[in-house]
Design a protein around this ligand. Structure first.
Ligand code: HPA
Length: 272
């Protein structure tokens, strides 16, 4: 991590306040970053090249809504074969560079039948069903061995996101995100199981980043775009193309929400 941090510290224009991890179909927000410095993941020492269609795989540092941001356009997934620690590398490096807030986003299937495709869900809590944890191994500098996960997703950031959503006329709900390894989608029986366990949405990411963020003391806002009803709910087969299409369709709403949150974040050392 040290070499990675040093390398990026030499390339970014300013220390980031906020790290943004942009999931499937949601990466366009990084194109709006001003005074942007773009670095492909493949160029960053300690990062692997990312492979999935719809994921650009680059870091974009610059300003958005007057805040210094470090956006990750495309993420590593466990199902690509990356070890859990590699999934957490972007968040860890953002923390090492100074970010104190993480806004993490993803595409997800709706397990709760009330969640329509195209809707946005604030992640209020999660179920880690990936069978992995990025903190396994030695404790890294600046991280805790046993981070408390009682409030993994920051209440005040959720409240802020809800007030932005209300002002912008964007519908959002709160729910529990279940993370599975993938890459096969769930079976209908698994989706019924997830519903019994209390999940509202299901995906294959996000949780490793959130765990690393909490270990490093970052505040987290999680936003899931429901791209489809989870398997067995609508009766139609799932297709990755619909995930990408739903992302494009929701991009404008999603960007307004995140921009509003960035505007509303408390200023370091300021009153609001
Ligand atoms: N399941 C898991 N991950 C997903 C889904 C889904 O239905 N949709 C988008 N990501």
């Amino acid at each position: 991590m040290e070499g990675t941090t040093e390398y990026l510290a030499g390339r970014i224009p300013a220390p980031p306040e906020v790290a943004l991890v942009l999931g499937s179909g949601l990466g366009a927000l990084a194109d709006a970053v001003e005074d942007a410095v773009r670095v492909a993941y493949g160029e960053i020492p300690g990062f692997a090249a990312s492979t999935v269609v719809g994921h650009a795989g680059r870091m974009v540092a610059g300003r958005l809504e007057g805040r210094s941001v470090l956006a990750f356009q495309g993420r590593y997934h466990a199902y690509e074969g990356h070890p859990a620690a590699a999934l957490a590398a972007p968040v860890r490096v953002a923390a090492a560079l100074g970010a104190r807030t993480l806004i993490v986003t993803c595409a997800a299937g709706g397990v709760n039948a009330d969640l329509a495709a195209g809707s946005l869900m604030l992640i209020a809590d999660h179920l880690n069903l990936m069978g992995q944890n990025p903190l396994v191994g030695p404790v890294l500098p600046g991280e805790e061995r046993f981070p408390d996960m009682t409030e993994a997703y920051d209440r005040s950031l959720m409240t802020l996101a809800e007030s932005v959503a209300k002002a912008e006329g964007i519908a959002v709900s709160r729910g529990v995100y279940a993370a599975l390894l993938g890459p096969s989608y769930e079976t209908p029986a698994e989706v019924r199981m997830l519903r019994m366990l209390g999940a509202d949405a299901v995906g294959m990411s996000t949780v490793p980043e959130v765990i690393a963020a909490r270990a490093g003391g970052l505040r987290v806002l999680g936003i899931a775009l429901i791209t489809n009803a989870a398997a067995g709910i609508s009766g139609t087969p799932l297709d990755h193309a619909e995930v990408v299409v739903a992302g494009a369709e929701a991009a404008e709403r999603f960007q307004r929400l995140v921009r509003g949150v960035l505007r509303g974040l408390p200023r370091p050392g300021g009153s609001a």
